[in-house]
Design a protein around this ligand. Structure first.
Ligand code: UDP
Length: 496
């Protein structure tokens, strides 16, 4: 157990105690570290539940909150991998070698119920006031009920995608649809929306997951509200509709990445960067404002070797400066061979390749970045929005195709690269879904001088300003954090 800081000096009983239980996947954990910081900056006490391997990855975060004197406590619970057939140390979704182990991973998570309950019962000086847990940790519902405190869920989705997901599940939209290519109209969605079945969330088939899905959906109906890493002004229509359909309060408190005010804390988000941050900044400083395209597909997307080569060829053909984050590494020796066989030499005057973890927010927010090729994970998307850069959307799986619709059709902040077919997370598909020509065309459109591109840039700048206003003092998200704290405090006081 690590005590990271001492907070703002309020006594344990005066401030609410939030228990944050993130899913162990970087796209879910990172926004929750931002949430912990945000709540602690508002004077709250936070217990951040994690496991030993993940705690080691959170070293940068722990050091930051400690240095800032924030009352964030990292609570490490043993993750019983061996009992559920997982390899030793496999404590994060990005460590799973096959989607067939997904179920084992979820079962191991559920085994944290007892130790977490025991830990929370021990907190007599400062009993928990509220649990905020990942939607996938359905088993935290029982803990909240037993302790008589509210449970709020965090899905990591934006309002738009949360609404679609909710409609699909609770209205059984896909019940009789057998063809993955069938176009599905989302009934009751506030704006027209049609998408191929396989591009909708929840279509990942993992044997044995049905029961876990059921429990998740049940607990969703029983929870006391939802926290969303978005802001009202960005997607008010969808957030309001989501509140109406679920009859639950949705607290939009984002973009939470804006809690970072220095490049040091930005760079410490997630894993340790696989390259020297200062060198990266120096490289960016040497480039013209808005001239570099940043390419990154998050923490879980598995891009095949053939596709990576095709992407590289497209970037080269575009002749634009780029930073390209490649996760393949030693897993795909053929990509390494191809990179070494002339590509790196040919692009060395204008391309930077990062193998492994990149300090994404630090890079995105540098003035040299003029465009973002993203897989449309919601964190990346909202980070791109905050950076004020237009995007090229290249969704891979889960709700990413929905986020693409929001970015391109609704917000008009980007262009689609045009993914052909449907890649599935964890599958061994070998096809190329985006050709080098499509990459070149999209990059040249986004980084070019045309009127349409200029409009995208202006929209992106407007949205970035809107995001900052929502997050800053007296903005809608700032006020929501205060209201959330107030409500949780009232509930706690009423119970004690
Ligand atoms: N990220 C990062 N460096 C990387 C890859 C990802 O900092 O090399 C961060 C990124 O900034 C974002 C998160 O990891 O905050 C990924 O979340 P997202 O929802 O975009 O995608 P996921 O990884 O869940 O598919």
């Amino acid at each position: 157990m690590t005590f990271a800081g001492s907070g703002d000096g309020q006594s344990g009983s005066a401030r609410a105690h939030f228990v944050l239980v993130p899913m162990m996947a970087q796209g879910h954990t990172i926004p929750m570290t931002d949430m912990a910081r945000l709540l602690a900056e508002h004077g709250m006490q936070v217990s951040f539940i994690t496991t030993p391997v993940n705690a080691a990855r959170l070293e940068g975060f722990t050091a930051d909150v400690k240095a800032a004197g924030l009352a964030v406590q990292l609570v490490e619970l043993h993750f019983p991998t061996a009992e559920f057939g997982l390899p030793d140390g496999c404590e994060n979704l990005d460590m799973i070698q096959s989607k067939n182990l997904f179920l084992n991973f979820m079962e191991t998570c559920a085994a944290l119920q007892e130790p977490l309950m025991a830990y929370l019962r021990e907190q007599q000086r400062s009993p928990p006031s509220c649990i905020i847990s990942d939607m996938m940790h359905w088993w935290t519902g029982d803990i909240a009920r037993e302790l008589g405190i509210p449970r709020l869920t965090f899905s990591g989705f934006c309002g738009f995608s949360s609404l679609v997901r909710y409609i699909i599940i609770h209205k059984n939209v896909l019940e009789h649809v057998t063809d993955d290519n069938e176009l599905i109209t989302i009934p009751g969605f506030p704006t027209p929306l049609e998408l191929m079945k396989a591009k909708l969330p929840g279509t990942l088939s993992v044997p044995g997951m049905e029961q876990i899905h059921e429990k998740m959906f049940e607990e969703e109906l029983r929870c006391d509200g939802e926290i969303t890493n978005s802001f009202k002004e960005l997607e008010a229509l969808y957030i309001e509709s989501f509140e109406q359909i679920t009859r639950k309060k949705v607290w939009t408190v984002g973009p939470m990445c804006l809690c970072h005010r220095s490049s040091n804390t930005m760079a410490a988000r997630g894993n340790k960067a696989s390259m020297d941050e200062a060198q990266c900044l120096q490289w960016l400083d040497s480039r013209k404002p808005g001239s570099v395209i940043f390419v990154s597909f998050g923490s879980l997307a598995c891009t095949t070797p053939q596709q990576l080569v095709e992407l590289g060829m497209g970037l080269e053909a575009s002749k634009k400066p780029f930073i390209w984050v490649i996760k393949a590494g030693p897993k795909f020796p053929e990509v390494e061979e191809w990179l070494a066989d002339g590509f790196e030499e040919r692009v060395k005057d204008r391309g930077m390749i990062i193998r492994g973890w990149a300090p994404q927010v630090m890079i995105l927010w540098h003035q040299a970045i003029g465009g973002f090729v993203t897989h449309c994970g919601w964190n990346s998307t909202i980070e791109g929005i905050c950076a004020g850069v237009p995007m090229i959307t290249w969704p891979h799986f889960a709700e990413q195709f929905l986020n693409e619709k929001l970015v391109v059709d609704v917000l008009k902040l980007g262009v689609e690269v045009g993914v052909q077919g449907v890649p599935q997370w964890g599958s061994e598909q070998q096809e190329v879904m985006v050709t080098r020509d499509a990459v070149e065309t999209a990059v040249n459109t986004l980084m070019g001088e045309g009127e349409a591109t200029e409009e995208l840039r202006m929209r992106a700048e407007e949205c970035a300003i809107m995001a900052r206003r929502a997050f800053d003092e007296e903005g809608s998200s700032y006020n929501n954090v205060r209201l959330l704290i107030q409500e949780m405090r009232n509930k706690t006081n009423a119970c004690r």
